[in-house]
Design a protein around this ligand. Structure first.
Ligand code: NAD
Ligand code: TYD
Length: 354
């Protein structure tokens, strides 16, 4: 059962990057359990669809019978849990799905994993890991001079999304403390890269800039995020899975704090360079819009524990990562066309209408 991983939410942005990266190791096999919400996209995984080491199962992490059957039949050595509702703005418009999947769904997955783990042989039990993928947003918002979030920063979530992820982190902690389940939790900063659904800042700005549409910047554009290239995040998760200490949490970040407006301007310049258009500069499309309610001012991650203890550090610079990402969105017309139809248009029309 070595290197058999049950991945949840593997058809989403980070999960699909993680699966493709993991499958490059020929000793790894993956079972991908994904409900295929609006954010799940099997196109991301087309290149491995026929691979014998890869199985896809459409289903909900909250379906305990299904999860129990999958664990019993597939006998994974680890669960890597990505499945979640992940968009802050959607959590403000409709928090219920976030509680259902992020809190109740994680609870169900923990319960079934505990039952499965309890029935393993002693040796398999000692190797089993439950890795929970979480976010820096659980720590709340920093003031300009505050030190970055460390693993000891108290939780202070501000959006329904952040609160639902914080709840799931606490459940994971409790399952280790109370039942001894060998859990690992990673809290990561904002990711960017291929396959990200274009409701999030970076792909939204790339596609709107490509099409000469307004580039919506919330508030004064000075909210700060710490950006990490998705490939680096996936390597960090693989490192924690291999070497992390059960029960521990690890902060993952890019050491790349930037105000949103700088990210948007950089994307404008890259799109101008790679897809010259009619307007003299895409920067002219920047439009300040109404702020997000409860908008966290600043996130920053102190990722020194994972570097010191496990030897992981990001490889991609923001400049090279953004360049790769802009190129990918400009070149992958079919992927973009596939995700920007129907319900996506509906979201954009509703969310950005005055
Ligand atoms: P995403 O929204 O792109 O993908 C989520 C995936 O989960 C989709 O494929 C969706 O179909 C699936 N899913 C949703 N509900 C499900 C359910 N009930 N059962 C099974 N599958 C379900 O999200 P992402 O950006 O890839 O984020 C993955 C994880 O990483 C999330 O837990 C998120 O909180 C965390 N995270 C994301 C970021 C980021 O910048 N995107 C940063 C830090 C942490
Ligand atoms: P987002 O990509 O939604 O990630 P998160 O809210 O999880 O950090 O947003 C990143 C930042 O960009 C955040 O400060 C909100 C801002 N933002 C805009 O200014 N305009 C937009 O249209 C979107 C989607 C986000």
């Amino acid at each position: 059962m070595q290197d058999r991983i049950l991945v949840t939410g593997g058809a989403g942005f980070i999960g699909s990057n993680f699966i493709l990266q993991s499958m490059q190791d020929s000793s790894c096999s993956i079972i991908n359990l994904d409900k295929l919400t609006y954010a799940g996209n099997l196109r991301n995984l087309e290149s491995i669809a026929g691979n014998r080491r890869y199985v896809f199962v459409q289903g909900d992490i909250g379906d305990r019978k299904l999860v129990s059957q999958l664990l019993a039949e597939q006998t994974p050595a680890a669960v890597v849990h990505f499945a979640a509702e992940s968009h802050v703005d959607r959590s403000i418009r409709g928090p219920e799905d976030f509680i259902r999947t992020n809190v109740n769904g994680t609870f169900s997955l923990l319960e079934e994993s505990r039952a499965y783990w309890g029935n393993l042989s002693e040796e398999d039990r000692s190797h089993f890991r439950f890795l929970h993928v979480s976010t820096d947003e659980v720590y709340g918002s920093l003031r300009p001079d505050d030190p970055p979030f460390s693993e000891r920063t108290p939780y202070a979530p501000n959006s329904p999304y952040a609160a639902s992820k914080a709840s799931s982190d606490h459940l994971v902690r409790a399952y280790h403390q109370t039942f001894g389940l060998p859990t690992l939790t990673t809290n990561c900063s904002n990711n960017y890269g291929r396959f990200q659904f274009p409701e999030k800042l970076i792909p939204l700005i790339i596609l709107n800039a490509r099409d000469g549409k307004p580039l919506p910047v919330y508030g004064d554009g000075k909210n700060v995020r710490d950006w990490l290239f998705v490939g680096d995040h996936c390597e960090a998760i693989a490192t924690v899975l291999r070497k992390g200490r059960p029960g521990d949490t690890y902060n993952i970040g890019g050491w790349n704090e930037k105000p949103n407006i700088e990210i948007v301007e950089t994307i404008c310049d890259l799109v101008d360079e790679m897809a010259p258009g009619k307007s003299p500069s895409r920067r002219e499309l920047i439009t300040y819009v109404k702020d997000r309610p409860g908008h966290d001012r600043r996130y920053a991650m102190d990722a020194s524990k994972i570097e010191r203890e496990l030897g992981w550090r990001p490889k991609e610079t923001l400049e090279s990562g953004l360049r790769k990402t802009v190129r990918w969105y400009l070149e992958n017309h079919d992927w973009v066309a596939g995700v920007t139809s129907g319900s996506y248009r509906q979201w954009i029309a509703t969310h950005y209408s005055a």
